[in-house]
Write a protein that binds this ligand. Structure first.
Ligand SMILES: [Mg+2]
Length: 274
């Protein structure tokens, strides 16, 4: 006889960089943690503010690290941005500063990418943009196109230090035009809520695990999710005193998380680990 699944009413949103890997380096124990989620059929979704790669590219990267995930386990800020825009304006047009992940996501929802008269100027991660593209983006925004950011992360950690993130590129356009962007990626409730809905869970049935206070944990706190901060990425314990909000649980890395307890007693986290 098959035993009833006890965990069907709890699921996880997992940030990637700093939680599962750093750059191209797997964080020890992340593979076992995800394998346990899969074997116990616990709903989960990888949630990334990197719009550079497509859903399939990200899933492939994770599979090459020995974690057997499916494409549908990945949700990027490019996908969240595309679906948000398609809801507002079906079959619209966009001028894009970004790479394959963003172009693909927009095409998938029926958008056309254009050089003139776009409904939106959409900005994502990229290493290939030029001053000419920035100039065009600014003039299109001044001309009435709405400025959309896939996320406002100021930088991304790399093996060499950091590289300027989407937020840094957006800041140039905002500064030049005096017009503020609307951002869809974490911590925006738009991406945070859309990810939860993908898992068909309520807020109280959802836990987010991330390494960044300003995105993963802030978004989780605002949406009423359970929150777990890992210290294997960009945040150190001493950073926490500058924040008015705190995660429910702090661990050195994802390998330390007691999954049984997380799933059965998520409300007890704050008191047990305080
Ligand atoms: Mg991260």
């Amino acid at each position: 006889m098959v035993k009833a699944m006890p965990y069907q009413s709890h699921g996880l949103l997992l940030d990637m960089d700093g939680v599962i890997y750093r750059g191209n380096q797997l964080i020890p124990g992340a593979d076992e943690f995800v394998a346990e989620l899969i074997s116990k059929q616990i709903p989960f979704l990888f949630l990334t503010n990197n719009s550079q790669r497509t859903q399939r590219d990200v899933a492939t990267k994770v599979r090459r690290m020995g974690i057997p995930v499916e494409d549908h386990h990945v949700y990027t800020c490019a996908m969240a941005t595309a679906s948000f825009l398609a809801d507002r304006k079906p079959h619209g047009t966009a001028y894009v500063i970004g790479e394959g992940g963003l172009h693909n996501a927009l095409h998938d929802v029926g958008y056309s990418i254009v050089e003139s008269h776009p409904d939106y100027v959409v900005v994502g991660e990229g290493r290939t943009f030029t001053m000419e593209m920035l100039e065009r983006a600014c003039n299109l925004v001044i001309g009435g196109a709405k400025l959309i950011a896939t996320n406002m992360d100021p930088n991304c950690p790399t093996q060499f230090g950091l590289r300027p993130g989407c937020g840094a590129i957006v800041a140039m356009i905002e500064s030049a035009t005096g017009i503020k962007a609307f951002s869809v990626g974490k911590p925006s409730p738009i991406m945070m809520r859309a990810a939860r809905k993908e898992l068909h869970l309520t807020a109280d049935e959802t836990t987010i695990i991330g390494d960044t206070m300003e995105t993963d944990i802030l978004g989780g706190v605002q949406l009423g999710y359970h929150t777990v901060l890992v210290l294997s990425g960009g945040t150190q314990k001493s950073d926490l005193k500058q924040f008015a909000f705190q995660p429910d649980l702090i661990v050195d890395s994802i390998a330390e998380i007691d999954l049984e307890m997380l799933l059965n007693e998520p409300k007890a986290l704050a008191t047990v680990y305080a």
